[in-house]
Structures are given as structure tokens and as C-alpha cells.
Design a protein around this ligand. Sequence first.
Ligand code: NAD
Ligand code: MG
Length: 294
Amino acid sequence: MTSLNDPRTLFPKVNPPNQLQEHPGLDVEMTPTADIGLETYKGNDRLKGRKALITGGDSGIGAAVAIAYAREGADVAISYLPEEEPDAERVIKAIEDAGQQALALPGDLQELAQCEKIVEETVKAFGGLDILVNNASRQIWFESLAELPDEEFDATMKSNVYSAFRVTKAALPHLEPGSAIIFTSSVESYQPSPPVMHYSMTKAAMNNLSKGLAQELTPKGIRVNAVAPGPIWTPLQPSHGQPEETLTNFDDMAPLGRAGQPVELAGAYVFLASDEASYVMGETLAVTGGMITP
Ligand code: NAD
Ligand code: MG
């Protein structure tokens, strides 16, 4: 009997029917719902005793990372927008069910004060912070650059770039040697799609900031890396993240022939946070279903 799993069929195709949610969208209202590892992710003490803060940890990739980190033995704080409470509650419960401390941090990261507050509250609740995952992002598509409102450009920069800078800056005084920072970039940083080119800019910024900061922090024993996901089935997609024809053909983007599930990202984030990555700095790990990155 073979123990091999064919990655083409290890997870089913999403085959999403056309659907639309208001931004930021909910995992629990997607058809089909995404696999964030609730039933499947098994931990192995790889992050025992660690204290993690994950922005956008309520749903999608951030939720899968939060659940994996908890099952690997970390206390986990998740930040999210107030309207995402139903998704956040599910993740908080999963963290607690894993026997770890959970912290829910609703609020808009477009605000500097909120960026600082989530760090302070995490440190206060857990007695420190040693894993920061800058994962929150806004992605709303437009027909053309000319139709992209200045306010949307601003909200995207604030939610994605400013928040990552501000949360990281607030976290730095608390990070001891052995800590890890991980940015969520995207295959979009190398292959920008015109309808979301403003979003793609922010993902390129994550990649670049990660490599810049890695050079500053490596001599201090703090590792900085990024993960570049390919097309992953998360609430960001059906809440104005993609035009209808891209959404309904979502499985066709990756050479593997299907979209990815959030839980398929968990291993990359666990690896980069853990001591297994003790010699890995300034790397962007592509998890793209075969979409090629430089
Ligand atoms: P998601 O919608 O589940 O997660 C994004 C989260 O960002 C939201 O849950 C929300 O809590 C948070 N967020 C957005 N704006 C915010 C704000 N102003 N304040 C506070 N929180 C805010 O979708 P996801 O796809 O899991 O996204 C996670 C990360 O993965 C993002 O950085 C995204 O750019 C990246 N990514 C996703 C894909 C994909 O195909 N889904 C591909 C490449 C990269
Ligand atoms: Mg969400």
C-alpha cells in the first residue's frame, strides 16, 4: 500500500460558485468554506512556550497559522476587524482547545494607536512577545487605475504597509534574540494582476521590507522572513478581492490545477517561526501551487 499523497488531489478543487460578500468577508459564509486546519492540523511541540501575535488571524491564512501555532504549543493573539467577530470566535476557541492562552484584538489597523495597542495588550497578556506575523491585508479590485479612488489606495496602503511597519516598530523593543518576524507577501509581488495592482504594490513592499529588516535584525539574533502564497481560498477573494470571472475560475491559476487551502500554508509559517529555521533569514518562501517566483 502506498503512503504517497498526490498534491493535485490531496485537497479538492474549490470550484467556487459566484458569490459576493461585503469587505472584509467571513470564512463562515464562504461557499465552500475554507480548510483552516480545524480538523486536520496536528502539532508537535515545535513552538512550545512561544508567544505569538498574528494580524488578520481571524480567517484564511492567518487563522490556519493561529491554529497551527497553538497546536505547536504557543500562546496566540489574533488581531482582526470588529465585523469579523464570528470568524475570530472560532479561532479563539481552537487556540483554547489546544490548551493555550488566546487573546482577541478587534480594531482597525489603519490607526496608529491600534497598531501599538495590539502589541502592548499581547505583551501584557502573555508576559512577552517572540513571534510576530504581519498578515493583515486589504484587497479590493478595480477595472483600471483611473477608476481606483484615492481613498481606496490610501486604505490599502494603511491596512497593508503602514500597519506592518507600525506593528513591527511597536514590537521591536519586546523581541529577544530567538524571536521571529514573518511578513505575508504574495505571488502578486512578482506577477501583479492589473485589477489589484495597488494591492500587489503592498505585497512587493512586504517582500522588500522583510529583506531589508532581516539585514538589520539578523546580527541581533532576530530572524525576519516572508511567505508568498499563491491563489488560496480565503474570504479576501469573494469580498471584492477578484473580478467574477477570476473568482469562478480560481482553481485554474496554479499549475497544480487547484487553488490552495489556508492550512497548506501553516507548515511554512511554523517552520519560519521555529528553531528549525535557525539559519534562514531574509527568505521569501513561495507556497504557490507551482506559480514560479524569482
Ligand atoms: P483573509 O481575508 O482571511 O485575511 C485578511 C485579514 O486582514 C482579514 O481577516 C482582516 O482581519 C485583516 N485586515 C484587513 N484590513 C484590516 C485593517 N484595516 N485592520 C485590521 N485588520 C485588517 O484573507 P487571506 O487571503 O487569508 O489573507 C491573509 C494574507 O495572505 C494577506 O496578507 C494577503 O495579502 C495574503 N495573500 C493571500 C492570497 C490568497 O490567495 N488568499 C495570496 C497571496 C497572499
Ligand atoms: Mg477575516
